[in-house]
Design a protein around this ligand. Structure first.
Ligand SMILES: Cc1ncc(COP(=O)(O)O)c(C=O)c1O
Length: 378
């Protein structure tokens, strides 16, 4: 059977990985500044992570949500402690799109309304309502396009209020730092206004922290740079360091009811063990502080590269914008310099999403190689 060919692939076959490095079948080493798309938070193959998952696998790997699973409460307590969102309630699922799908569905149940406000360049996933709220018509099928979604620019409070005033909006969904869209952020004033306007017009504010959450930006959630309390916060990627797990944090004003949400795989024992191990390591190794400090170091070094015209993002969720498209540069970085980086819908932007364990010497190596790549023609 052939694979359904939907991914344009780089010609690299990783077979092994350790901390911030990935190794191919010929033993070539690659510095991972992409983290498998912002997924690797505590580093590849962390011993604590391996031990916890291994131990859990020998106890019980999976049972459905029809039985008691105290690990879910343990995980809820740990996320509450790390994020200080103690009063929120946790629902577990298995991916970022599923988290946003459940967030949007819950907002619709809660408000009894169905139109969604999303923003230009937003990316929220590839399933039903999540993809409809994604600003990329190429991946929205006619089936998905039935959803009622209005896209607005960031920072236009008047436009947002005009839409909310119509009375049919269930949710405003936003990324505090856009990932796939190219690292743009709404301004602080607009973020505060979103919260106020959602409360005024009975709509749910959904913070999509699928990519930016779990300490990547130097705060546990990227929106926590501002003093807001979204109705729903969605999480995935760094939460499992590669183990598929996602979730939503639900504000206490939204009450649960049996059957409102559900999933077979969400919150299974192995997934909880993986995420609990991630939280242990984040705390033990102070990786949120490291993300903050190494982000600042990346920015300091990037400022010395003349070809970098704009630096976007913060912590270890960064974008370096050039005045040319970076596709060829990314290939050169992989094949000649052994460095994985990310792209975005802004073709001139190089995306940097390393494991949160990265150290200065590895950042120095990247900039040395980047300068060589930029200043050689082959
Ligand atoms: C901000 C954001 N939301 C949602 C998603 C979708 O997550 P998943 O691919 O796990 O469905 C992504 C994936 O890149 C994302 O960056």
């Amino acid at each position: 059977m052939k694979l359904f060919d939907v991914y344009p692939l780089y010609d690299v076959t990783p077979v092994r990985a350790k901390d911030v490095f990935v190794y191919d079948e010929n033993g070539n080493e690659y510095l991972d500044l992409y983290g498998g798309h912002a997924v690797i938070s505590i580093g590849h193959g962390h011993p604590h992570y391996i031990n916890k998952i291994n131990h859990q696998l020998h106890e019980i790997g999976f049972y459905s949500n029809a039985i008691q699973n105290p690990m879910q409460q343990k995980l809820a307590d740990a996320i509450g402690e790390h994020s200080c969102c103690y009063e929120y309630q946790l629902f577990l699922c298995s991916s970022g799109a599923e988290a946003n799908e459940n967030a949007l569905k819950l907002a619709s149940f809660y408000t009894g309304k169905k139109r969604v406000i999303a923003f230009h360049n937003a990316f929220h996933g590839r399933t039903s309502a999540a993809v409809a709220a994604t600003d990329n018509p190429n991946i929205v099928a006619p089936l998905n396009a039935q959803q009622e979604v209005t896209f607005l620019p960031f920072n236009d409070e008047v436009a947002l209020e005009n839409e909310l005033k119509k009375g049919d909006v269930c949710a405003v969904i936003f990324e505090a730092i856009q990932g796939v869209g190219g690292l743009d952020s709404p301004k602080k004033k607009f973020i505060m206004a979103m919260e106020t306007l959602c409360n005024t017009y009975n709509a749910c504010l959904i913070a999509d922290e699928v990519q930016s959450g779990f300490s990547r930006t130097g705060t546990f959630f990227a929106f926590q740079k501002y003093r807001i309390n979204p109705h729903i916060i969605t999480i995935a990627k760094g939460m499992g360091n590669g183990f598929p797990i996602g979730g939503i944090l639900v504000h206490p004003t939204i009450e649960p009811k049996y059957g409102l949400l559900g999933t077979t795989f969400g919150g299974n024992h192995l997934a909880c063990a993986a995420s609990l191990a991630v939280l242990d390591v984040l705390k033990e190794e102070k990786l949120q502080d490291n993300a903050h400090q190494m982000g600042a170091y990346f920015i300091e070094k990037a400022k010395t590269i003349a070809q970098i015209k704009k630096i976007k993002g913060r912590g270890l969720m960064l974008g370096f914008e050039f005045d040319f498209e970076v596709g060829e540069l990314r290939k050169k970085l992989i094949y000649t310099h052994g460095i994985f980086t990310g792209g975005s819908s802004n073709k001139k932007l190089l995306r940097i999403l390393p494991p949160l364990t990265i150290q200065k010497r590895q950042i120095d190596f990247f900039f040395t190689q980047l300068e060589i790549a930029l200043n050689t023609t082959t």
